[in-house]
Design a protein around this ligand. Structure first.
Ligand SMILES: *[C@@H]1O[C@H](CO)[C@@H](O)[C@H](O)[C@H]1NC(C)=O
Ligand SMILES: *[C@@H]1O[C@H](CO)[C@@H](O)[C@H](O)[C@H]1NC(C)=O
Ligand SMILES: *[C@@H]1O[C@H](CO)[C@@H](O)[C@H](O)[C@H]1NC(C)=O
Ligand SMILES: *[C@@H]1O[C@H](CO)[C@@H](O)[C@H](O)[C@H]1NC(C)=O
Ligand SMILES: *[C@@H]1O[C@H](CO)[C@@H](O)[C@H](O)[C@H]1NC(C)=O
Length: 162
């Protein structure tokens, strides 16, 4: 049996997670000559998510694809993006040393103040690895979430019984 204090703490954590937005992971790898940037996030809001992928190089920001700003013309033909509920994959065709820099994945829930979240990854051509089977497995973590989910729920239920 949990003490009421712990019960409240657990419940608060559950509530926080339920309303929070978070970029959980940002990774980069190579598929053939193309760069793939994977942005995984928690989408726990009912309102549509706004996003922006950008590259900052030599202190200059280049928007790659965005619902918040206008993508830079030079990148339009080289970039594509696929989106699922909690995952976005950006492809940049023919990645070269000129595309090295800080890649950012920014998210915001429309109409919700202070919901802006962001994550950065610095990409160097020499350090990039080929996208492997592992990253494909990691890509789908919903089964992990399903495994983890019952625990806080059970604890929260425990609190209600007190
Ligand atoms: C972002 O990428 C998607 C998918 O490749 C494309 O359909 C869309 O037009 C792009 N958005 C902008 C603002 O260019
Ligand atoms: C995006 O570009 C990559 C690399 O050029 C390609 O493999 C992939 O099929 C493209 N995806 C879409 C949805 O166009
Ligand atoms: C986030 O979830 C909301 C509600 O489930 C959905 O309407 C929205 O399209 C999702 N956003 C993305 C980027 O998947
Ligand atoms: C990501 O990098 C950009 C460009 O250097 C910087 O302005 C921003 O503060 C960084 N964001 C985070 C979350 O580190
Ligand atoms: C993850 O796997 C589930 C069940 O196998 C599937 O329904 C879902 O579309 C997958 N999600 C992604 C992002 O691949």
């Amino acid at each position: 049996m949990l003490s009421p204090k712990i019960g409240i703490a657990v419940l608060l954590t559950v509530l926080q997670v339920a309303y929070g937005q978070k970029v959980s992971d940002l990774t980069a790898c190579l598929v053939d000559k193309n760069l793939r940037v994977d942005c995984r996030y928690e989408n726990n809001t009912k309102s549509p998510l706004q996003y922006e992928f950008s590259l900052t190089r030599e202190k200059q920001k280049h928007v790659l694809n965005s619902t918040m700003g206008v993508p830079e013309h030079a990148y339009r033909n080289r970039v594509n993006l696929s989106i699922s509920h909690n995952y976005m994959a950006l492809f940049l065709k023919d990645f070269s040393q000129k595309d090295e820099g800080i890649y950012s994945c920014d998210l915001r829930a429309s109409g919700i103040p202070n919901s802006f979240v962001s994550k950065n990854i610095t990409v160097y051509k020499d350090k990039l690895q080929t996208c492997g089977v592992m990253s494909l497995l990691v890509q789908n973590t919903s089964w992990l979430l399903l495994l983890l989910l019952p625990l806080p729920l059970l604890q929260a239920t425990d609190f209600e019984c007190l």
